[in-house]
Design a protein around this ligand. Structure first.
Ligand code: URA
Length: 184
């Protein structure tokens, strides 16, 4: 099975498990060296069917461009593939149970893509890969887990809420080039 077939297989299992949800899978090429993982889609992502295309996504794209990258250089996905919502349709943070339910599939997804570097955006994605702790303590760290290098970065929505965090966001994403060089 090639990468695309493996991913199709994973999507099919998720679709089967959540038949009544609007699901958002990935964006970018599975041949990318870097895989970025966020939390869960928002309203705009549901509408367009792609991760990180709303306000947080635009901030992410702008920061990547500032650092000399393009969004198309990355494979982008989320831990939770639907938008957790309250009764009135507002966004909710995924619960620990939801994160736990999606953990096997994100592990398979990483396995299928086989990136040189995984970047987790925010605490939920970090926890989803089994890394505990507080994002403000962990940001900027590189963790080796299951033979993978994982760079921990703030979620772009955190920067939208508190612009003082922007230099850290940029600094941490700025580590990607060196980490890729080290893995060659
Ligand atoms: N936030 C996320 O974590 N993922 C998205 O796709 C959009 C916003």
């Amino acid at each position: 099975m090639d990468k695309n077939q493996k991913l199709e297989y994973i999507w099919a299992a998720i679709k089967k498990a959540y038949p009544n949800r609007v699901l958002v899978f990935n964006d970018g090429s599975p041949d990318s060296a870097i895989m970025m993982i966020g939390e869960a889609p928002g309203v705009e992502e549901e509408r367009q069917g792609k991760p990180f295309v709303g306000r947080a996504g635009r901030l992410l794209n702008a920061t990547l461009e500032l650092l000399g990258w393009q969004r198309s250089d990355f494979y982008i996905s989320n831990i939770v593939k639907y938008r957790p919502r309250d009764e009135s349709g507002g966004n909710l943070t995924p619960t620990p149970e939801e994160i736990e339910k999606f953990r096997p599939s994100i592990e398979k997804e990483i396995e299928a893509v086989g990136p040189k570097l995984v970047v987790v955006l925010g605490r939920i994605a970090m926890n989803g890969l089994g890394i505990e702790g507080n994002i403000s303590d962990q940001r900027g760290k590189v963790v080796e887990k299951n033979n993978r290098r994982i760079l921990i970065v703030y979620h772009p929505a955190a920067i939208l809420r508190n612009i003082n965090l922007e230099p850290y966001f940029r600094e941490d994403l700025g580590k990607m080039s060196e980490l890729l060089r080290q893995s060659d």
